[in-house]
Design a protein around this ligand. Structure first.
Ligand code: ZN
Length: 312
């Protein structure tokens, strides 16, 4: 479809995506308060007489709001025009990574620059074929480095829909879990058939899913507790639509109250999906969903004497 050479894209690496950007408002308490309300974050560090801003707000201070971004570079527009012209007209945000160098406090004036860090070779994904573009924004507070925000998009040509309709798609695999430094221990546990819950080293609060720090006290120290595997269905949905390729609807996705007091999202198996109920007792088991991926799921205890295999 395209005669666009990778070399023509590669030259954009290192070029500015935004220069001399300036936060519309200095770091301020009302925005911190709104953010914490929306996130349900009650950490005392973000309230009171001398609050800091939640680190994850980093990018929020750079946003242009409804009136749009400021300082977007000609190079960035040029790269997008080139990709659009080659037929990569769709865009999807894929992921972001942040690094924090300094706490932000009310009154800090935010400035930033952004650079096109990398443009990938042509990749084919489920959505279509295109190029990943990674932008790195360096954010300063009162002139000091405050953090970096890396943002990746896929600029792509949507896959032909007729193709999906005419040719039967090969059976897709379940989406792979994203395993990173913060949750690797959980998946190592799964491989040993242990469901590991994190326990704060400061205040002993249990937490799930895995996080680098404690929401209750902020401590970064933690160890783990192995879940007994007993639980009850706190809530659930039965998925009928849309049909994701790797799943066979209808199937039940439950929010499971583990006996230890934390909740986990997982499949409820062992009963037909229309027989899943709030309050139902379930028990952990590990299920191979394909030849490479084993997941913790919860089997309805009531269903265990029957022979019916659930719809999950
Ligand atoms: Zn804690």
């Amino acid at each position: 479809m395209s005669s666009l050479s990778y070399e023509a894209l590669k030259v954009f690496e290192g070029r500015a995506a935004a220069t001399s950007g300036r936060g519309k408002d200095p770091v301020n308490e009302p925005m911190i308060r709104h953010w914490c309300e929306a996130m349900g974050d009650t950490n005392s560090a973000y309230a009171g007489a001398d609050p800091t801003a939640p680190p994850t707000m980093l990018q929020a201070w750079t946003m242009g709001g409804l009136s749009g971004h400021q300082g977007r570079s000609a190079a960035y527009d040029e790269l997008f025009a080139l990709l659009d012209g080659a037929g990569y007209t769709s865009v999807v945000a894929t992921d972001c990574e942040q690094e924090y160098l300094r706490a932000l406090r009310p009154g800090d004036e935010i400035t930033f620059d952004a650079v096109i860090e990398s443009v990938s070779e042509r990749k084919t994904t489920k959505l279509g074929t295109g190029h990943f573009v990674t932008t790195r924004m360096d954010i300063r507070a009162d002139g000091e480095p405050a953090g970096t925000h890396r943002f990746r998009i896929l600029k792509y040509a949507p896959a032909q829909r007729q193709q999906a309709a005419n040719a039967p798609m090969p059976k897709s695999k379940r989406p792979r879990p994203v395993i990173n430094r913060d949750n690797a221990g959980f998946w190592e546990g799964v491989a040993r058939h242990e469901l590991l819950i994190q326990r704060c080293g400061g205040c002993r609060t249990l937490r799930f899913p895995w996080l680098p720090g404690c929401n209750a006290c902020g401590s970064l120290a933690w160890d783990t507790v192995e879940a007994s595997g007993e639980g009850t269905v706190y809530s659930y949905v039965v998925m009928h639509h849309p049909p994701f390729p790797a799943f066979d609807p209808p199937y039940a996705v439950g929010l499971i109250d583990l006996a230890e007091g934390v909740r986990m999202v997982s499949n409820v198996v062992g009963v037909p999906s229309d027989k899943v109920r709030i309050g139902q007792q379930v028990r952990l088991e590990f299920q191979w969903v394909d030849e490479e991926l084993e997941l913790p799921v919860f089997r309805a205890v009531e269903g265990m004497t029957g022979t019916a295999e659930g719809g999950a």
